[in-house]
Design a protein around this ligand. Structure first.
Ligand code: FES
Ligand code: FES
Length: 176
């Protein structure tokens, strides 16, 4: 039996100690937001916060998190109040297929928690382990900078956010 904190709650997992944390979270606790990509610690799709650090959980035995704090994408915010970073993510329409996105948000959250005003180089370094086959890297960087309050185009971002929220494809078709 392995006990740890999962999204703020103490949990007990009756699983083999060498089972990867990713499988414990997905299959035992049924939280499916964290994704399996490479299974080799190379892509970042499975990232979770372990004691605040972005961690590849596809290669992390669950025994390694005994009595530690694990946060998944489901635990970053409650349903009614997204984090500033998540709001910036939406404003910049970051997700495309979405597969890598929970891992991206986890790593970006870890970055801002440890460095509230990251430089471009800090962002590149912190995010380099999270791959995106859809090429959302520029939007990710802008969203992180927005959330850090570094952008000088806050009004543009707000306008983009409003445009995303009000876009209706039926009207677009009617104009075409
Ligand atoms: S699935 Fe864990 S790093 Fe790729
Ligand atoms: S949004 Fe598709 S892999 Fe990143």
């Amino acid at each position: 039996m392995i006990s740890f904190h999962l999204n703020g709650q103490r949990v007990d997992a009756d699983v083999p100690p060498d089972m990867p944390l990713l499988w414990v979270v997905r299959d035992h606790f049924k939280l499916k937001g964290s994704k399996f990509g490479c299974g080799m610690g190379l892509c970042g799709a499975c990232s979770m916060l372990v004691d605040g650090q972005s961690t590849r959980t596809c290669i992390l035995p669950v025994a390694a998190v005994a009595n530690r704090a694990v946060t998944t994408i489901e635990g970053l915010a409650d349903a009614e109040q997204l984090t500033t970073l998540q709001q910036a993510w939406i404003a910049h329409s970051v997700p495309q297929c979405g597969y890598c996105q929970s891992g991206q948000l986890i790593s970006a959250t870890a970055l801002l928690n440890s460095n509230p005003a990251p430089s471009d180089s800090d962002i590149d370094t912190a995010m380099q382990g999270n791959l995106c086959r859809c090429g959302t890297y520029p939007r990710i960087k802008q969203a992180i900078k927005d959330a850090a309050g570094q952008t000088t185009k806050a009004s543009t971002t707000a306008a983009q956010s409003a445009a995303v929220q009000t876009f209706d494809p039926r009207h677009a078709e009617a104009k075409a």
